[in-house]
Ligand binder design. Sequence first.
Ligand code: NAD
Length: 286
Amino acid sequence: MEPSALGIIGAGTMGIGIAQVAAQAGLRVAITDAHPEAFSSARERLEASLTESVERGKLTAEAAEACRRQVTWEADLRSLVEADWVIEAVTEDMGAKREVLRTISAITHPETPLATNTSTFRIADLAQHCARPDRFLGLHFFNPPPAMKLIEVIPGAATSAVVTEAALALCERLGKTPLIAPDIPGFIVNRVFAALVAAAADLWAAGAEAETIDRAIELGLAHKLGPLRSADLVGLDVMLAVLRSLHEQTGDARFRVPEGFVQLVESGKLGRKSGEGFHAHPGSRL
Ligand code: NAD
């Protein structure tokens, strides 16, 4: 059956972006968060993204208006009970994800497929907290979801073939390109990207200019965005959680975080969303 209603848990950078993508594809979207007091800034971010899409000619003004009508902001997780699909997009913290997966599993219909947008945790580990591990898998969107084509689809050991097929169909419906990725910490993209960011941050901590490092990678490897510019876009707090999680799970020195990176985050320099990170982002503070 074609899904018509999507539930999203976590109204942060990714939850909002996924909500826009789904609403543009004609799905009704109910989005919830543990901090509903943050809904007004989340709405502003969705609004800013829709306005930008219209200005760039990616969306008509009528389609943007239709999107606004498709999205509801819900303080209570139980509002997701009617969803045909649920995507968890809360903070990259095992405790938070465990609690959310347990709670949502107990609320939704047992057959409702449940996906996580985790960047680093293994699906098999998260599945232990779901009532129906066979209905659970990873759907890893990229930032910003309206612009990025790829979705990594990660079946866990227990995921049924039917749910994987349904996930691939959902990605197509959302206008994205799904690729099946292995259930290892970081999957494919973050496994490679995090190691690159850590290596670039090491160079920066040793005194190299962020601009020089990024330009070198952009020109030398034909990357559209250098690793430190990309990390600023992701959010340095999110990037730090990704690196710590990968380091903890794998013990691999490639994911060790330089102390200067931690200091940036602790001093509130979170990248584009705070107006400054490895680079200055005047005017982009949200
Ligand atoms: P974010 O910090 O912008 O938003 C997370 C949201 O989750 C916040 O609004 C927070 O209030 C909410 N939250 C925290 N605990 C909760 C709970 N128990 N119940 C309900 N809501 C809760 O983070 P984000 O960047 O949107 O990342 C969300 C997920 O997506 C993470 O797993 C992250 O690794 C993954 N991800 C992030 C990116 C990126 O570039 N930012 C890209 C791909 C995947």
